[in-house]
Ligand binder design. Sequence first.
Ligand code: 13P
Length: 254
Amino acid sequence: MRKQIAAANWKMNLTLAQGEELMNEIVQANINMEKNQEAIFAVPFPYLITNKSITDKAKNFITAAQNCASENSGAYTGEVSCQMLQSINIKYVLIGHSERREYYNETNQVLVKKINQALQNNLKPIFCCGEPLLVRQAETQNAHIEMQLQESLFHLSTEQIKDFVIAYEPIWAIGTGLTASSAQAQNMHAHIRNVLANKYGQEIANSVSILYGGSVKAANAVEIFSQPDVDGGLVGGASLVANEFVEIIKSLKK
Ligand code: 13P
């Protein structure tokens, strides 16, 4: 069975001490992780090394970066490259979060470069896609997502897309308390899998983990994650609260 993933995205929150306290509480819950399950923690860059020392001790807990540079090295003040992330043994990186697209002008074309950087440096991208409210209201979300996938992922080979991780995060559901209904999530996830199947074949499409993001919390995780094409979640606000995120991890399909 493809991987089921609960991914925390701390965004620009928490001090180092607060982050450590949160991690320790989550680890102490001693969640029984199945072989196909992972709990991923996308933390701010300065916390990667200390966070990794905590996740390394817990089965199937993994530390991830929230972003990476589109270039490999050189005069890019303030940027963090995939080569650097690889050098501290980071395995996953979020790419194309809607906040990066919106506030830092990351286009589908820039994301191609980031994805290539990640793959060249043995990092697994968690590729984020999602439509704004106006697109959803116009009922053109399927075409919008298909375009994001086509423009940022379709240059990849079948081998590269196998076991890929995609997060579908409708922008209108991020941090708003509005969640896509489980039916809306399932419909879009099935659409994403179908788009991948048309390009890469059904078997490869079935290997891709598709996470849902947007106001996931302990109270709605079981229902959303139980949908057949939903393979877990990418969680913002609720990942900052230990018992909430523990319950979310426990809501993953086995
Ligand atoms: P919230 O869970 O706070 O809605 O954020 C979702 C998100 O953007 C995760 O990347």
